[in-house]
Design a protein around this ligand. Structure first.
Ligand code: GTB
Length: 222
């Protein structure tokens, strides 16, 4: 009998978000917690991420990465998908429901996340440019378009397609980036949806674990 390999993920040694759980290791940690898989963490500095050892794992020199035996993955969405496929709890058994959950995963990273990332760029990388003040409202409006559409689809449901799935895990993770902007509060059903995600015990465990890296304290119960 071969024992299952404990996966190892890489995360920021010192996250610029100071433990707010906004970096992309959070969605991987959350998925690992949802499926009940223990994991190890390797901390990497910004300098180490650009060195050959890390570039061999991640061609773009970023976190997170995922190592499981011979398998090395990068891209948080792909890692979550891998976990969801190999373990129960994140994808429905019914083939069509499964396909729809996967569709929501793609929608999260491919349709909803890009304008949200644009806001980060506009604020933090381009905030000092002379045209930044004109650009920001346009970026915020593009996010509003997507949030309005998503809000209409979710309506009064708890989750995007019946039961909680990897699609919700990815979508909530993406929407969480908007919290500081106040935009989420313009859509009360989306704000409640994100809060439902954050209230899940698996999310709470993942959040505590990433915060512990920042504070240097082991999470309670660990
Ligand atoms: N598409 C890839 C994925 O989904 O895995 C994107 C990976 C990515 O952008 N990783 C970032 C990284 O390694 C960390 S999460 N950046 C370092 C680099 O590119 O050199 C992005 C992030 C960073 C900081 C905050 N923050 O401070 O709030 C939030 C999110």
């Amino acid at each position: 009998m071969t024992l299952p390999t404990t996966p190892t993920i890489t995360v920021f040694e010192r996250s610029p978000d100071r433990g707010k759980g906004l970096a992309r290791d959070m969605r991987v940690r959350w998925a690992l917690e949802e499926v009940g898989l223990p994991y190890e963490v390797r901390l990497v500095s910004f300098a180490a991420m650009k060195e050959p050892a890390h570039l061999a794992l991640h061609p773009f020199g970023q976190i997170p990465t995922y190592e499981e035996g011979d398998l090395v993955l990068f891209e948080s969405g792909s890692i979550v998908f891998h976990l969801a496929e190999r373990h129960t709890g994140l994808l429905p058994a019914d083939a069509n429901a499964r396909a729809r959950a996967i569709t929501w995963m793609f929608a999260a990273v491919n349709t909803v996340e890009p304008p949200i990332l644009d806001l980060q760029t506009a604020k933090f990388q381009e905030g000092d440019k002379p045209w930044a003040e004109q650009r920001l409202p346009l970026v915020r409006d593009r996010i509003r378009v997507r949030l309005g559409e998503l809000s209409a689809r979710l309506a009064r449901a708890d989750w995007l397609d019946g039961v909680f799935s990897a699609g919700d895990l990815m979508m909530v993770s993406v929407l969480l980036r908007l919290k500081p902007s106040g935009l989420l509060d313009e859509y009360p059903n989306l704000a409640a949806y994100v809060a439902r995600g954050e209230a899940r015990p698996a999310y709470q465990r993942a959040f505590a674990a990433q915060l512990a890296v920042f504070t240097g304290n082991a999470p309670a119960g660990a």
